[in-house]
Design a protein. Structure first.
Length: 187
């Protein structure tokens, strides 16, 4: 595979050709109609991904709302409570989801489908970027809990949340391209 910077999750537009050329061919628009969609791990994977993406967007929107409500003390306080609640849930759920993939899903699929090794390498590279983003999220949540954060701190967290949303969308869409055909055809 080309250098990791060539395929960074936040700069690529889709799967690199050296991954795409090795995929098990099953078009995305046929997944939900596939006979194994409801009985395989395909549906739970997509539901989980959609939930995590929705949580990330909610966290981002909550920060944006706080930034827009700095003038009202009660709205600001309520907004920060929501930011912390959603952020903690997102952090916990992302650690759980990606930890499970790293410890269980990827090793088994890598073993059973060696032609997709380059794809799993890419997904694991993404998880490294995600882990750094989750450390930033955790750091922001700790800063929020200590005192009333300055507008600059909230603005930085908002920018980080935007990056996290984009990271999750790209990574999860690419992950589904690699994994969903396996789940639908072989599991």
């Amino acid at each position: 595979m080309a250098s990791t910077s060539d395929h960074h999750v936040l700069s690529r537009q889709g799967l690199p050709e050296e991954v795409r050329s090795r995929l098990i061919t099953l078009p995305r628009d046929e997944w939900r109609e596939h006979e194994n969609y409801l009985i395989s791990n395909a549906r739970p994977l997509q539901r989980n991904h959609n939930s995590l993406k929705r949580q990330a967007r909610h966290y981002h929107a909550s920060l944006e709302q706080v930034l827009n409500q700095r003038e009202s003390a009660s709205a600001y306080t309520d907004g920060m409570i929501e930011v912390e609640r959603v952020g903690k849930s997102l952090l916990r759920n992302l650690h759980s989801h990606h930890g499970y993939e790293d410890s269980s899903v990827f090793p088994v699929l890598r073993r059973d489908h060696p032609r997709l090794t380059v794809g799993f390498d890419l997904l694991e590279q993404d998880h490294g970027v995600l882990e750094a983003s989750l450390e930033e999220l955790d750091s922001n949540l700790r800063r929020f809990a200590q005192k009333k954060p300055a507008t600059q701190v909230i603005s930085e967290a908002h920018a980080q949340a935007d990056k996290l949303v984009r990271l999750l969308h790209r990574h999860m869409d690419d992950e589904e391209e690699i994994i969903m055909p396996i789940y639908l055809l072989y599991m």
